[in-house]
Design a protein around this ligand. Structure first.
Ligand code: IMP
Ligand code: MG
Length: 182
């Protein structure tokens, strides 16, 4: 185990089971849609989850990417979400968009993106997140698909970072507070 990780919260096997379950739910819900299903990966934290999820979904999917940053001015109360890489395709009216996120915290990123993509003309917009910290919500938001709810720990691994580190760990682990308190 990585020396900065206090303990493993969700191991590889459990993550695998979670993603298998979510993929089956998505297959079931989109089986009868005549629109194109577009998995929209929110960079960078969602890449690992996205890669595994898309392999397990059996209905045809297309993929795209967006990159956003929240609180660019450092203010937690600003609620601003900055789009750093936008989605470029012009045929969103033909698409069911499923936004793929690593973790929901305040809820600002996904509530903003959901509205943004609807305004851009998407046929439908839903959200899937691997992890959710409902106790941290600042805006009302409920993901359509959720891997697992977790308490208010700062977690890393499986795509999630602290200062760009730990993304490649194959599990979700709780970071030692000493790492971010120094
Ligand atoms: P929010 O829901 O808009 O507040 O932001 C969610 C984003 O905050 C996620 O996509 C992560 O980038 C980041 N985040 C929130 N909690 C954690 C965590 O425990 N570890 C790593 N990143 C986190
Ligand atoms: Mg993120």
């Amino acid at each position: 185990m990585n020396q900065d990780v206090e303990r493993i919260l969700i191991d590889e096997e459990e993550i695998n089971q979670i993603i298998t379950r979510i993929a089956a739910e998505i297959d079931r819900d989109y089986a009868n849609s005549n629109k194109r299903l577009l998995l929209l990966c929110i960079l960078k934290g969602s890449v690992v989850f996205m890669g595994e999820l898309m392999k397990k979904i059996t209905v045809p999917v297309e993929i795209d990417f967006m990159k956003v940053s929240s609180y660019a001015n450092g203010s937690k109360t600003s609620g601003s979400v900055n789009i750093i890489l936008d989605i470029l395709r012009k045929d969103l009216n033909e698409c069911d968009i499923l936004i793929v996120e690593d973790i929901v915290d305040s809820g600002r990123t996904l509530s903003y993106l959901t509205e943004y993509l609807k305004l851009k003309g998407a046929q439908s917009v839903k959200t899937v997140t691997l992890l959710d910290k409902p106790s941290r919500r600042e805006v009302e938001f409920t993901p359509d698909y959720c891997g697992r709810e977790i308490p208010d720990f700062f977690v890393v691994g499986y795509g999630l970072d602290y200062a760009e580190k730990y993304r490649a760990l194959p599990y979700v682990g709780i970071l030692k507070p000493s790492v971010y308190n120094t």
